[in-house]
Design a binder for this molecule. Structure first.
Ligand code: GDP
Ligand code: MN
Length: 391
């Protein structure tokens, strides 16, 4: 999860990294109150998750209330790389003497976090790497060792920092490294790290991304709200049920697969035989009876679905449990769509028996291709029956 600047700064602040005084607001009225509290001049910063905000005009300054109201109105009417501005950070305007860069990101080549610092702050790190490569100082971090203050000092000395400011910057860097690991960050960046006119060192910007897999255990981000940007109501419903379902927006064959690879192979096979997949759904490794039933309900609701292909393997999952889930939905909804199940693995005999008792065609030992062909035949039969030619 990418954090907004003001959220990243909250985390910095908790980690002992000095940040400018500021408040995140959503309305002009709240902005006025925040600025009164802080005192003019203020910086008015759009909060968006995409980069390059300053260059795109997403940062304004206001010396009085009139300018503030104008700045807020300007930002609110803006879209930055397609992202509407809803949150605005009002901050004390710093009197900036110098700008530095410090950041940590993952180095995929070494499979280690990479710490980088530079006296060329304020510009994109990619640009520093390109235009001032000799002014970018790097060090890999050992995730199993505590960072040491002398390492931070050694690295920052190369940027030309000295005396009190060198020590302040090293403390900030030390805290940045510690919070990088504590928050399971993928990226943690301060750009610019600022020395103000009174000689204080502080983080004027934040860019933090946290590993999604770790979010559940990071208390500090629990309150950070995100609008879900899911426009497909079935996708939203599936997500709330813990199911990874993607609607294709068209198609006549619904799909439930045990594993993403099997799902993609199933979609290819459906297409190869003239069907059109209506969705992708990977049941995952925790397919209980309830989850299987939830998945089938969502797929059956997908507009245009005339047939459902359920292609499962009982490795971690139990075929009996999954079959019970399918049988439950058959009893409950008595779907008119054709359904074919290919399923084998752990507890397959019990699973098959349950499906047979509901007259669901099963491919026990055959291939995905055979299952798709059978489903298409079933769909054809149903179509003919529905039109009254056969009974
Ligand atoms: P970004 O463009 O999204 O990276 O936004 P930043 O927060 O890094 O701001 C971009 C630039 O705006 C900084 O490098 C500064 O030069 C300038 N800036 C931001 N905040 C202040 C401030 O408080 N005072 C002054 N004078 N300049 C600022
Ligand atoms: Mn920045």
């Amino acid at each position: 999860m990418k954090l907004y600047e003001f959220e990243g700064k909250q985390i910095f602040s908790q980690a002992g990294i000095p940040t400018p005084r500021g408040t995140a607001v959503r309305t002009a009225q709240a902005a006025i109150e925040a600025a009164r509290e802080i005192g003019y001049s203020v910086v008015v910063k759009s909060q968006v998750l995409r980069g390059g905000r300053g260059k795109a005009g997403g940062i304004k300054f206001a010396a009085d209330e009139q300018e503030l109201v104008q700045a807020v109105a300007d930002l609110q009417s803006m879209e930055l790389s397609g992202e509407r501005v809803e949150i605005i950070l009002i901050e004390e305007k710093l009197d900036i003497a110098r700008e530095f860069y410090m950041g940590i990101t993952l180095d995929p080549r070494e499979s280690l976090p990479l710490l980088m610092v530079s006296a060329q702050g304020g510009m994109d790190i990619e640009q520093v790497a390109r235009d001032y490569p000799h002014q970018l100082f790097k060090m890999h971090l050992d995730p199993l060792a505590q960072p040491r203050m002398n390492q931070m000092l050694d690295l920052l000395l190369k940027t030309g920092l000295q005396g009190k400011q060198l020590v302040q910057a090293a403390k900030i860097l030390h805290n940045l490294v510690r919070s990088y690991f504590a928050y399971n960050a993928i990226t943690a960046e301060i750009n610019p790290l600022v020395i103000d006119a009174s000689g204080n060192v502080l983080a004027a910007d934040s860019k933090v991304e946290i590993d999604d897999s770790a979010l559940f255990r990071i208390k500090a981000v629990q309150g950070f709200e995100r609008k879900t940007e899911i426009s497909d109501p079935l996708e939203a419903e599936a997500k709330s049920l813990g199911i990874s379902y993607v609607g294709m927006g068209k198609g006549n064959i619904g799909l439930i697969a045990g594993g993403a690879g099997l799902g993609m192979a199933s979609m290819d096979m459906i297409s190869a035989h003239g069907g059109v997949p209506a969705n992708f759904l990977d049941l995952g490794g925790d397919a209980t009876m309830e989850k299987t039933a939830d998945a089938l309900r969502v797929v059956l609701k997908t507009p245009g679905v005339e047939g459902v292909f359920i292609n499962l393997f009982g490795g971690i999952n139990n075929c009996e449990q999954m079959a019970k889930g399918i049988a439950q939905v058959i009893d409950e909804l008595q779907p008119t769509q054709a359904i074919v199940v290919k399923m084998r693995g752990h507890s397959q005999d019990e699973g098959w028996a349950i499906l047979e008792s509901k007259n669901i065609p099963i491919i026990k030992f055959g291939t995905t291709e055979e299952a798709v062909i059978l489903l298409l035949e079933q769909m054809n039969k149903k179509r003919v029956t529905d039109h009254g030619h056969f009974s």
